[in-house]
Ligand binder design. Structure first.
Ligand code: PRP
Ligand code: MG
Ligand code: ZN
Length: 223
């Protein structure tokens, strides 16, 4: 395969991170020929292109070398490190980006009086984050059965397929709508710039250095 000479950044195709991620890249002086419904966005000034994909696919695309960097939630990156990415190259969180803040939390039925994780012993917990939840339970010596669902996790207790859930909470609206309440926080998350632990040393590496410098400037101004 011919090495790419342009930098490629993966980001969420459509979702909560899409707009703020594009805006941040614009503020770093990167502009793209907008083809939002397409998979690819061509960089106009600098040699940097975007790949618009499902957020869960971003860590894998980086470890396969399909993309050099990605803008993705810490929750997705951390889960990948524990589950999908065990054989591939190590990935790093290069910068926290200050948007898309949310929590990965355990939530229980509203009427349940939750004190600590020991109450989850023997319970069924639905989640899209089996790696992070499994690690959290192990660290607390709690033996629970983890039910992995791809989405709409909050509905599982009402369907009778789980006793509790572990999912992202931002406004808390989804929990309330499903008569659940946040019981314990596993991870504070936000959008991060993810990339390989070992950055390339060619022109793409130089472009990454430049991008990190600009990001630091933009983030500093915003704080
Ligand atoms: C996310 C997350 C929760 C919800 C939390 O789902 O999985 O379900 O948002 O947000 P809230 O606290 O503001 O209600 P999303 O809408 O991204 O859909 P998905 O689960 O299908 O990815
Ligand atoms: Mg998602
Ligand atoms: Zn959800």
């Amino acid at each position: 395969m011919k090495p790419r000479d342009r930098l490629r950044i993966a980001m969420q195709k459509s979702g909560r991170l899409t707009e703020p991620a594009l805006e941040l890249l614009n503020r770093c002086g990167l502009t793209f020929r907008q083809s939002r419904d397409k998979l690819f966005c061509f960089g106009e000034g600098e040699p940097v292109d975007l790949l618009l994909v499902r957020d869960d696919d971003i860590p894998g695309l980086i470890s396969q070398g399909v993309c050099d960097l990605g803008i993705v939630g810490r929750n997705v990156l951390s889960e990948y490190r524990l589950t999908g990415g065990l054989d591939g190259p190590a990935l790093a969180e290069w910068r926290p980006l200050g948007f898309g803040r949310c929590r990965l939390s355990v939530a229980v039925p509203q009427e349940l009086d939750y004190r600590d994780a020991s109450q989850l012993q023997g319970q069924r917990i639905a989640t899209s984050y089996p790696g992070l939840l499994g690690e959290w339970l192990r660290e607390r010596g709690v033996d629970a059965s983890v039910v992995t669902l791809a989405g709409s996790v909050e509905i599982a207790p009402r369907l009778g397929t789980a006793d509790a859930i572990c999912d992202l909470v931002q406004s808390g609206g989804t929990l309330v709508a499903n008569q659940l309440r946040e019981a314990d926080v596993l991870l504070e998350s936000e959008a991060v710039l993810a990339g390989p632990q070992v950055l390339p040393t060619d022109e793409r590496g130089d472009m990454i250095d430049l991008l990190l410098k600009r990001l630091d400037g933009v983030i500093q101004v915003r704080e």
